[in-house]
Ligand binder design. Sequence first.
Ligand SMILES: Nc1ncnc2c1ncn2[C@@H]1O[C@H](COP(=O)(O)OP(=O)(O)O)[C@@H](O)[C@H]1O
Ligand SMILES: [Mg+2]
Length: 349
Amino acid sequence: MEKKIKVGIIFGGRSAEHEVSLRSAKNIIEAIDKDAYDPVLIGIDKTGVWFLHDRAEFLFNTADRRIALIPQSEGKIAPDISIDVAFPILHGTFGEDGTIQGLLKLADIPYVGAGVLGSAVGMDKDVMKRLLRDAGIPIAKFMAVKEDDAPQYEEVAEKLSTPFFVKPANLGSSVGVHKVTNKEEFIKATQDAWRYDRKIIIEEYIKGREIECAVLGNDEPRVSVPGEIVPHHDFYSYEAKYTDAHGATCAIPAKLSDELVKKVQALAVETFKVLLCEGLGRVDFFLKENGDVLVNEINTMPGFTSVSMYPKLWEASGISYTELIDRLIRLAFERFEKEKKLKTSYVAE
Ligand SMILES: Nc1ncnc2c1ncn2[C@@H]1O[C@H](COP(=O)(O)OP(=O)(O)O)[C@@H](O)[C@H]1O
Ligand SMILES: [Mg+2]
């Protein structure tokens, strides 16, 4: 029998999306093909400490052994344990933002998902939107502000009209995201957003349907059928996403004309490439009544919970959850092999 590939499933982390990550990891651990892969459970607590988890005890908080990646040691996370590839199913800060990707790269371990730059770019809504705008991809009008030069409500309302959205630049899962219609709400919204980030995004309100597409691949990515999220709250808030079981419904595939499906899919792939993504990404759109499609954002490590769109979109496009994990791991190895061929010192031609 061929030796099983040891996959380090890294979850939790120092992020406001810690709990979401735990749920994503649980699904991946359940669905991963156990004949081909041997999952090694690596949990990061909210203070950033790494622990080795027992599969049976996962989520019961009985992690016993502290571990760490040991540089230059062929994937060792403890003197007697090593991994062949990592699946950092971490959302938000220290997980989706290039930091753990950098650590894994230094440790010479193949890993699932975008590299350092793609992750960092995808995490920062300001930088992401500037790159999209530069590539001519349609996005909403926005401004990025730092705390020391934060604008007054009147100035924003004049520039973007009301309502508008306020969000931390580097977060996800709608944490700290607010819809603002007046000055009082503006003050509250910005105060909350500043709790999470030193830079915030203020963006014009787009009235439209929320469409999402899943992308999978490295240099020649594939795109799924589009899906639609219908929030039952004022917008797709944290509550609508995770805490209210009836907070949102999704339609897969989204009810769209063939022409719109093609348009959304082409934009999804273009966005994935412009934003230097690898492995996987979920591209989220607003579809206006007049048929205009705007890109809202990319998620370089989208949720894998039981209600998450990314795996569901692939399921509807003919790739099962188990197969999806398999492909993602293969893509991680493919990228790793290509990068390994690059020289790291000067060679005369
Ligand atoms: N400019 C906007 N116009 C209308 N709704 C918005 C806008 N920006 C965000 N939203 C709503 O807030 C949700 C979360 O915002 P988003 O930018 O996707 O941040 P996150 O990374 O937290 O998911 C969106 O799914 C949407 O429902
Ligand atoms: Mg979003």
